[in-house]
Design a protein around this ligand. Structure first.
Ligand SMILES: O=C(CO)COP(=O)(O)O
Length: 264
């Protein structure tokens, strides 16, 4: 197993998507807090990404119990403030203590027509508020069948990182989520994950330099669970996972965070 370098502490982020009330979020955080031990937080960064309506409750739980659990949001407006009905700004998320925000998730690209320019604007809005964007890239089934996954994902990386400086890029998280593996139970093989994650790291070295490429955490996402996480984490360029469905089950998510104890 090729472990991530110390500068790349693994990150397990649970994307709750549109699930759970703020009360259910508190219960889930409490169960996670009970399951995760000091040693887990030393080994991995653990984050949850609740719906907007639950972030304040998660913040209160984390603060009250001084949890080491990190949290964030699933989307951010590209605008700073103003007449944008329904939108939530980076400053608002920063005030709630958000560490992360996903941008460019395939569900937003698909259902809300977000293109690379929008993803880039959202990533920069997050950075402007000292929130780390988790930039999501990934190909659909057609592209995968045609063997175009690497080119497709690298084009999305290029688009998302425009005008982002090397200094800003250092702290970024990029998540490779093949669309055909999201919520389908169809998990990419560890080699599939490594192929694209490795290519993304090489691209970061080209766009910036080797130092930036070494520091950026690259996650895999798509039907991750306890049964497949160890093999995925054994890949040299995979530094963690963006977990959907399995992150709603505290026992399963804790298992994922303890991937070191699981057979590859
Ligand atoms: O989209 C995902 C995380 O952002 C992956 O979702 P699943 O883990 O449910 O496949």
């Amino acid at each position: 197993m090729a472990p991530a370098t110390p500068s790349r502490k693994p990150l397990m982020a649970g994307n709750w998507k549109m699930n759970g009330s703020h009360l259910e979020a508190i219960a889930l955080v409490q169960k996670l807090a009970f399951g995760l031990k000091e040693a887990d937080y030393e080994a991995v960064d653990v984050a949850v990404l609740p719906p907007f309506t639950a972030i304040r409750s998660v913040q209160t739980s984390v603060d009250a119990d001084r949890l080491q659990l990190l949290y964030g949001a699933q989307d951010v407006s590209q605008h700073a403030s103003g007449a944008y009905t329904g939108e939530v700004s980076g400053a608002m998320l920063a005030k709630l203590g958000c560490s992360f925000v996903t941008v460019g998730h395939s569900e937003r690209r698909q259902y809300h027509s977000e293109d690379d320019a929008t993803v880039n604007a959202k990533a920069r809005a997050a950075i402007a508020n000292e929130i780390v964007p988790i930039v999501c890239v990934g190909e659909g089934l057609e592209v995968r069948k045609a063997g175009g996954q690497v080119a497709h994902c690298l084009a999305q990386v290029d688009g998302a990182l425009e005008k982002i400086t090397a200094e800003q890029a250092r702290t970024l998280v990029i998540a490779y989520e093949p669309v055909w593996a999201i919520g389908t139970g169809e998990v990419a093989t560890p080699q599939d994950a490594q192929e694209v994650c490795g290519a993304v790291r090489t691209r970061l070295a080209e766009l910036y330099d080797g130092g930036v490429a070494d520091q950026v955490r690259i996650l895999y996402g798509g039907s991750v669970k306890g049964a497949n996480i160890a093999g995925i984490m054994a890949q040299a360029d995979v530094d963690g996972a963006l977990v959907g469905g399995a992150s709603l089950d505290p026992g399963e998510f804790v298992k994922i965070c303890r991937y070191r104890d699981l057979p590859v």
